[in-house]
Write a protein that binds this ligand. Structure first.
Ligand code: HEC
Ligand code: HEC
Length: 203
């Protein structure tokens, strides 16, 4: 029974890792994202959005680097809503769209990420920030090393858990209260927490 239980844990984690990689595999190109979402404001310059093709406007904004532009587009800036109002666009898709706009549709390889705003690993984030609640189970947060607390939540799949972390869930604040955390940061942190809970052995 014990052995069987352990195998269940191992295969659950393996299945989740697979779900993560496939969920992130089919991402849109920069052109697709821009044509489907960003043109709504960036074609006409609505609310002061820099227009696609307006070289001086984009040159001015790209001075701080693509990573900085990607961060503001993900977190939202002025009248521009976070993720262009499409929370389901991934960081990679956002960065491709920005590269497409900044290069006026001439991005050499539209499948390349160009910029990633991620600066900390999942472990650093969890140990430095998420533990504030997930360490001792504050407000009912599932504790880090408590697989039985995580197990019923895993039914949502990694995608579902990541959505909760992005939009917030009951007492858990959106993006864990850090608006500047990217989806990639959150994905790494959630993955770390789940794997940690499933593989933890009491010393
Ligand atoms: C609802 C309108 C709207 C949509 C949709 C929209 N934007 Fe914007 N965007 C704006 C506005 C307005 C600004 C100027 C904000 C400011 O600097 O005050 C802006 C600015 C930006 C900037 C410059 C940020 C900076 O740091 O200067 C980037 C990059 C950007 N948008 C990317 C995108 C991408 C990528 C999409 C599509 C996924 C998108 N936007 C969709 C309105 C929009
Ligand atoms: C201010 C306290 C707090 C912080 C900080 C916090 N959490 Fe949470 N988190 C909670 C609480 C409370 C819950 C349980 C909410 C519920 O009842 O489903 C939770 C639940 C979750 C869940 C499960 C959601 C679900 O759908 O079942 C995930 C995933 C999660 N947190 C990820 C994170 C990550 C990643 C971080 C750090 C980047 C973090 N949390 C930081 C309080 C926090």
């Amino acid at each position: 029974m014990r052995v069987h239980g352990r195998w269940m844990v191992v295969s659950t984690v393996a299945a989740l890792s697979l779900a993560v990689s496939s969920a992130w595999a089919a991402e849109k190109t920069g052109r697709e994202v821009v044509e489907q979402t960003c043109v709504a404001c960036h074609a006409s310059g609505k609310d002061g959005a820099p227009k696609i093709g307006d070289v001086p406007a984009w040159t001015q904004r790209s001075k701080l680097g693509l990573a900085k532009l990607t961060e503001s587009a993900i977190a939202g800036i002025g009248k521009m809503p976070a993720h262009g109002g499409q929370p389901n666009l991934s960081d990679l898709e956002m960065s491709r769209a920005i590269a497409f706009m900044v290069s006026f549709g001439k991005a050499v390889d539209p499948s390349k990420p160009y910029a990633t705003p991620t600066s900390s690993t999942g472990e650093q984030l969890v140990q430095g920030h998420c533990v504030a609640c997930h360490g001792d189970g504050k407000d009912g947060a599932p504790r880090l090393n408590d697989f039985s607390a995580w197990k019923p939540r895993l039914q949502k799949g990694m995608d579902g858990l990541l959505r909760s972390a992005i939009t917030g869930h009951k007492a858990m604040p959106a993006r864990s209260g850090m608006a500047n955390l990217s989806d990639t940061d959150l994905k790494n942190a959630v993955t770390y927490m789940v794997v940690q809970s499933a593989t933890y052995k009491a010393k």
